[in-house]
Design a protein around this ligand. Structure first.
Ligand code: ADP
Ligand code: ADP
Length: 232
């Protein structure tokens, strides 16, 4: 069964003359243990869809099931709790804590939850993301690609139901971007982790197991195991 299921998802911003229908009846199932990319032009509704699926924003209507939990209609307090315990986030700007080492940044979600570190999982993630010799460095001592790999490790460490990545390669050159996405895909496969990534770059989406396309707030098709040429 899918890890995320959305049905008839609609999101309307504003009212009257300034009404914007950012999502217009989206039905989508996102696969368990897969890296899914959401693609589409600027303004097509990618951020809105991701924010709704991740419980950061509420749809105007429609239903969302995340890891078997109905999240549409939950209170803000329950949504905050759900994001903290069941969802990992990767942002364009890395958002690491500058005073903590890479290792401390990676285990931060567990520290906040007062949960023990699964040493085996930590080692698998760090080795797959090739961070073993960077664990004692602080963010300022790491390249952009290394910082984003630390951010990916942090998002994966607590084995969340889903990791959401918002333009994760937006600040990286093409070499660093390829490394981050290659390592992220391997982590997904090694750990059976479900990851949803929003991107407008075909080269980034080509790392996904599946790409779904948004246009004007509607799903317009999908590709499985695409290469960049097929996406363009
Ligand atoms: P994308 O991520 O694909 O660029 P967005 O989800 O950001 O698309 O935006 C979809 C549409 O919704 C756009 O027309 C955008 O201008 C509009 N929109 C997004 N956020 C807001 C908001 N907070 N208030 C009003 N309109 C918004
Ligand atoms: P942008 O859309 O400018 O790239 P971000 O990617 O940093 O901004 O944030 C996207 C959304 O995620 C924002 O609505 C923000 O409030 C929210 N957000 C940022 N950090 C966290 C976090 N640690 N936990 C939950 N939500 C967050």
């Amino acid at each position: 069964d899918p890890i995320v299921t959305a049905r008839a998802l609609t999101k309307i911003y504003g009212a009257g003359n300034t009404r914007v229908r950012a999502l217009d009846g989206v039905d989508v199932d996102l696969g368990r243990g897969e890296l899914t990319a959401i693609m589409g032009p600027s303004g097509s509704g990618k951020s809105t869809l991701m924010h709704c699926l991740a419980g950061l924003d509420s749809p105007t209507s429609g239903t969302i099931l995340l890891g078997g939990v109905q999240i549409s209609g939950l209170s803000q307090r329950r949504l905050t709790e759900l994001r903290r315990t069941r969802i990992g986030f990767v942002f364009q700007a890395y958002n690491l804590v500058p005073t903590l080492t890479a290792a401390e940044n990676i285990t931060l979600p567990l520290d906040i939850a007062r949960a023990p570190v699964d040493r085996e999982r930590f080692r698998t993630i760090v080795e797959t993301l090739e961070l073993s010799d960077r664990l004692h460095h602080r963010p300022a001592e790491l390249s952009g690609g290394q910082q984003q790999r630390v951010a990916c490790a942090r998002a994966l460490i607590a084995a969340p139901a889903v990791v959401f990545a918002d333009e994760p390669t937006g600040n990286l050159d093409s070499t660093a971007a390829a490394e981050v996405l290659g390592f992220l895909r391997r982590s997904v496969e090694e750990l059976g982790q479900s990851v949803v990534m929003v991107t407008h770059e075909a080269t980034a989406a080509a790392y996904a197991h599946r790409v779904v396309f948004l246009a004007d707030g509607r799903l317009e098709g999908e590709l499985r195991d695409p290469d960049a040429d097929a996406i363009l």
